[in-house]
Design a protein around this ligand. Structure first.
Ligand code: ATP
Length: 445
């Protein structure tokens, strides 16, 4: 399967099975926007839950916030976004199409029509809107271009209310908006996206150790998501390509079907953000140090390590890694080899025949029992068993459970056992319902 083909198959499966739909589709769409459907929502929630567990809840030094998307515009002046959050834009003089200059192979020629390209100019990517009933400049607000802003502006609130000891961090998941010049590659480059971000505050001397810690955690997260290690690469961003405030940045790149591209970022942002916000707001954003282990200084502005992860890019990497086709009994079978932890549906229960009330009733009982392990236990009694398995394979359901006459006691020694079928191997085994519950629990924990 070539890579173009793979992308088409992923996009088609995502739409057909209710993972991801084009945004505003019945009106012809809106570039750079996609909607998550019933299964996509579950997958997204599972990815975010896994991140929250690993990056926030499993640690004693992390706090959560959920800040407003609309913020005082002074924040984006202080952070440098108003002046500098821009991409280089060029327009073709012939066909008038616009491109990101740094994404072109030939900087002088239009990739669509071959026409000459005009001057490169900087295009600010922040979406502007107006707060309140006036539409003049004084009412301009921006949709946040990254979630980090709402973390820095709540630094003092978290310190004052929680009294954390350094080092500590603040985690947030939320929407961010970027008016990308050329949104593309499905959910890879969006204009409305979700981010999972941590700002981890450290004493200046401790930044390298913290950077290393988060670097390792990001690899562990990739592993937990089921991304093959050989497709995740670190790119040490050279000084000339780093943001002006960053002393070290690693891009985590992934081998997407359309090439090796940035999946996540990890940056050492020094004290740039807190210092800039303290300076612009006039509010002191310092840490009062009482611990000799943290350092000599009494009061200082903490430095920051920032692991920044895009939710949508993560989901695309997960789908691309999980997509499989194999030959099962002479027909091509499509399945998603999703890690059970993030699979939208954990198991499907079905009665062997749907016109046998005793089988149906027993299967409902089995399903109710398994729902105690996890709520995402599906029901399917449509068509033959083979078709039901294929439907679940395609959405990545790790287990299928079938209730048959043996479950009811036709073969006495098999009474109350069911067939458990495994997604990847297609293998089946006969187990009690309690054993099936234990298998599902073990797989998702
Ligand atoms: P790129 O160079 O690809 O435009 P970036 O370096 O501007 O990305 P960051 O500002 O570091 O990206 O944003 C942090 C993370 O947010 C990225 O690693 C990515 O996962 C996600 N992200 C950024 N821009 C987009 C986008 N337009 N669509 C989807 N996810 C995005």
């Amino acid at each position: 399967m070539n890579d173009q083909n793979l992308m088409e198959k992923i996009v088609s499966l995502a739409k057909r099975r209710g993972f991801v739909f084009p945004g505003s589709e019945i009106y012809g769409g809106l570039a750079g926007t996609f909607d998550y459907g019933p299964l996509g929502v579950l997958l997204k929630e599972n990815v975010e839950r896994l991140w929250l567990t690993m990056f926030r809840d499993d640690r004693d030094d992390m706090y959560g916030v959920d800040a407003a998307i609309l913020m005082n515009p002074k924040i984006w002046e202080a952070s440098g976004h108003v002046a500098g959050f821009s991409d280089p834009l060029v327009e073709c003089e012939k066909c008038k199409k616009r491109f990101r200059a740094d994404h072109l192979e030939d900087a002088g020629k239009c990739p669509e029509c071959g026409g000459a390209l005009g001057e490169v100019r900087q295009f600010n990517m922040m979406f502007k809107t107006h707060a309140g009933a006036t539409e003049d400049e004084s009412a301009t607000v921006y949709l946040r271009p990254e979630t980090a802003g709402g973390i820095f502006t709540n630094f003092k609130n978290v310190v004052d209310s929680q009294h954390p000891k350094l080092p500590f961090g603040i985690a947030q998941i939320g929407k961010a908006f970027r008016n990308e010049i050329a949104p593309r590659d499905f959910i890879f480059r969006l204009r409305e996206l979700s981010q999972m971000e941590v700002e981890y505050f450290v004493s200046p001397a401790a930044w390298e150790q913290a950077f290393e810690e988060w670097r390792k955690l990001m690899h562990l997260f990739a592993e937990a998501l089921g991304l093959p290690q050989e497709h995740v690469h670190e790119l040490e961003v050279p000084a000339e390509d780093r943001a002006h405030y960053s002393k070290r940045t690693i891009d985590f790149e992934f081998d997407y079907p359309f090439g090796r591209k940035e999946l996540w970022g990890l940056a050492y942002r020094t004290d740039f953000d807190l210092a800039a916000h303290a300076n612009a707001s006039g509010v002191e954003l310092a840490y009062l140090n009482e611990d000799p282990q943290v350092g000599e200084e009494k009061k200082f502005i903490p430095h920051v390590i920032e692991p920044s992860l895009g939710v949508d890019r993560t989901i695309l990497a997960v789908l691309a890694s999980a997509y499989r086709e194999d030959d099962m009994g002479g027909e091509v079978r499509t399945y998603l080899a999703l890690a059970p932890k993030i699979a939208p549906v954990k198991a499907m229960v079905s009665p062997l025949l749907k016109n046998k009330p005793e089988l149906v009733e027993k299967a409902h009982e089995v399903r109710a029992e398994l729902k105690k392990v996890h709520p995402a236990i599906a029901w399917d009694d449509n068509g033959n068993i083979g078709k039901r398995y294929r439907r679940q394979d395609e959405i990545g359901t790790p287990f299928c459970v079938t209730v048959d006459f043996d479950t009811l006691g036709e073969t006495p020694e098999l009474k109350d056992t069911v067939t458990l079928r495994h997604r990847d191997s297609g293998e089946q085994e006969r187990l009690t319902v309690a054993e099936v519950a234990a298998r599902i629990r073990a797989a998702i924990e």
